[in-house]
Design a protein around this ligand. Structure first.
Ligand code: NDP
Length: 247
């Protein structure tokens, strides 16, 4: 069976676990060629091997999204190996949550570097290719933490809202057609994200939420696929996806 994703080339950052991994597997299953980016290449290799064993097409690249050159290399890999890049899913993210009062400058820098600068690096690398192709789709994984602001999530939510603003601004500048932007805002999703929280008590608290009522990363993958599968004249701008029981 052919699907709307058949033959599309999609690069995914943060593809080594959680939402990115689930997205890579789903898009590949639906016929997309996936280019997997993250720092843990052992994980990427295993995921790519599974995809190719099932008849899909995948490539991997060691990528640190804080490094501009890594994103340029990612886009170049897609265009040189597969002839083009139809979409970039900027999904890599970290969550160093805590009250602003703690003045965790290192944590703030890390979140800004990965969650915001990482997306900007992807735009800088892919936008010229998208413009010259005449089409391209930026999908970002933001968060409901940028919509319902909660204590300890101020800076994390700020980085996510910055990305949503960026996607909307780029959309406004691109209404002549061809370019699409999508912000996916998940609520609690069962992934390894709590691992990036340094404070043990806070990490345990978030992990408990993930273990109890969080939804599976495959749910977010389906939302990303939904945005990517639309015909070229349809743009899914903003999409929230939460556990039914999340407040
Ligand atoms: P995971 O921790 O499972 O995945 C995070 C991914 O980001 C990993 O693949 C990791 O790969 C990658 N990553 C982290 N830092 C970098 C970096 N510097 N360069 C490249 N890749 C990096 O968590 P999730 O799947 O939950 O996270 C995916 C996205 O979803 C994030 O943006 C997160 O903020 C967002 N999100 C998650 C929610 C949740 O409840 N889980 C809710 C709302 C949003 P590696 O370490 O191999 O580089």
């Amino acid at each position: 069976t052919t699907t709307a994703l058949q033959g599309k080339v999609v690069a995914i950052t943060g593809a080594s676990s959680g939402i990115g991994e689930a997205t890579a597997l789903l898009l590949a299953e639906r016929g997309a060629t996936v280019v997997l980016a993250a720092r843990r290449t052992d994980r990427l290799d295993t995921i790519a091997a599974g995809i190719t064993a099932r008849g899909g097409q995948a490539a991997v690249l060691a990528t640190d999204v804080t490094q501009r050159a890594d994103l340029v290399a990612l886009v170049t890999l897609a265009t040189e190996q597969f002839g083009r890049l139809d979409a970039l899913v900027s999904n890599a993210g970290i969550s160093k949550i805590g009250p602003v009062d703690e003045i965790d400058l290192d944590g703030w820098d890390a979140m800004i570097d990965v969650n915001l600068r990482g997306v900007l690096n992807g735009i800088a690398a892919a936008l010229p290719v998208f413009r010259s192709q005449g089409h391209g789709h930026f999908v970002t994984t933001v968060s409901t933490a940028g919509i319902k602001i909660t204590p300890t999530m101020a800076v994390y939510g700020a980085t996510k809202n910055a990305v949503r603003t960026l996607m909307e601004g780029l959309r406004q500048e691109s209404t002549s057609g061809g370019l699409r932007t999508t912000s996916i805002s998940p609520g609690y999703v069962r992934t390894e994200l709590a691992g990036s929280i340094d404070d043990p008590a806070r990490r345990a608290e978030v992990q408990a939420g993930m273990d109890s009522f969080a939804i599976a990363p495959e749910a977010v993958a389906r939302a990303i696929a939904f945005a990517l599968e639309q015909p070229s004249d349809v743009e899914i701008g903003d999409l929230t996806i939460r556990p039914t029981t999340q407040g």
